[in-house]
Design a protein around this ligand. Sequence first.
Ligand SMILES: [Zn+2]
Ligand SMILES: [Zn+2]
Length: 145
Amino acid sequence: MCEECYSDENRITPLLNPLDCLENHTQYICGTCGRCICIECDPKRGLQRWNFPFKSLEIAKLYLRTADFTTKSSCGIYEIENSKARLSYKIFAASEDLELFLKKNKDKKCRQMSPVFSVEEYKEYPHTQVRKLTSDEIKKYMSER
Ligand SMILES: [Zn+2]
Ligand SMILES: [Zn+2]
C-alpha cells in the first residue's frame, strides 16, 4: 500500500469518467506513487468527492487521503447502514461530524460508531502537488492505466 495515499493501485483513480475528471478537476497528485485523486471543491456547496458516500470500503480508502489532506488530520471511514440494511461508507473528520450526520439522517445508523479504517497519524509528504494536470500529463497518466 502506498504510504502516502493508502492504495496499492497507483493509477486506479479517477474511477468514473476519468478524462472528464482529469481535465476539469483539481487533483491531489500523490508525491509518492503519482496517483491522482479528485480533490475538486464544488463552489456552490463546498463539497468534495470524499464528502459523499461510497459503495465499498475499498473505494472509500481511495479517497481518504484527500480528506486527511484537506482537514490536515487523520479522518475515519465509517460504515453507515440505511433502513433497508444496505451498507455504505462515509468519511468524517471526527466522531462529532458522524453524530451530526446521523442526527440529520434519522433513517441511517452506524453500528460501530468508530472508524472501520483510518491511518494512525496525519503526515505530510514532500512531493505532493494539488493542481490541475496539463494535457500532456493527462495523456501520460491515461496511458499508464
Ligand atoms: Zn473529479
Ligand atoms: Zn500514493
